[in-house]
Design a protein around this ligand. Structure first.
Ligand code: FE2
Length: 201
């Protein structure tokens, strides 16, 4: 199976952008101001993470909310993606991912730089390194990271292989900003890895 076919099987279906709250609209403006500077991907991701952080944990309801109640709804079948914004020129997009207890991603990397901020609950992340001897390839776990509410992670390919899961007993919600138009692509996943994964050492 080709990488694109694998990614296609994990394609998320909600391609339309959803109505945003006043706070999210303000955040999108802050992100746009950073992205329009045209800085290198690593620096762009870092600065976008700085803008995102103060908006996390914003009250769940009312005028100060970051998300609408509908954008906090999960899906019993799999983690759910709500596309909140896709910039017209394709330079960035913003999504909310809702994870019910036990839900997780496959091991994957990304099409672009990415910023992820935990808005509610806690997410667990396992990072991997791809090791090849020229003929075969395998993954080695490099790090486990617990992400409580308020945690922000910013990264840019390459070296961005990971798995994210909600290991807690309550719903987790994270806000992700990508340097690509996820509403058009359907997913931020570049490649899903189905290789043997060794424990880190
Ligand atoms: Fe990811």
């Amino acid at each position: 199976m080709t990488p694109s076919a694998i990614a296609g099987s994990d394609r998320l279906t909600e391609r339309m952008t959803e109505q945003t709250t006043e706070r999210m609209t303000a955040l999108i403006g802050e992100i746009r101001a950073v992205v329009d500077r045209g800085l290198p991907p690593e620096l762009t991701a870092y600065l976008v993470g700085e803008r995102l952080a103060p908006h996390l944990r914003a009250e769940a309801d009312g005028p100060g909310a970051l998300l609408t109640p509908a954008q906090c709804e999960g899906d019993p079948q799999r983690y759910r993606q709500h596309v909140l914004h896709a910039e017209e020129d394709g330079s960035f997009s913003v999504v909310a991912l809702v994870w019910l207890p036990g839900q997780q991603t496959p091991i994957h990397d990304h099409v672009s730089w990415c910023v992820a901020g935990v808005h509610r609950g806690q997410e667990s992340e396992t990072r991997y390194r791809l090791v090849s001897d020229g003929r075969t390839a395998r993954l080695v776990e490099t790090e486990h990271v617990a992400g409580p509410t308020g945690t922000v992670a910013a990264f840019a390919p390459p070296g961005d292989i990971h798995l994210v899961r909600n290991a807690c007993t309550t719903t987790a919600i994270s806000i992700h900003v990508y340097g690509a138009d996820v509403s058009r692509l359907g997913t931020s996943i570049r490649r899903v890895y189905r290789l043997p994964a060794d424990q880190g050492r």
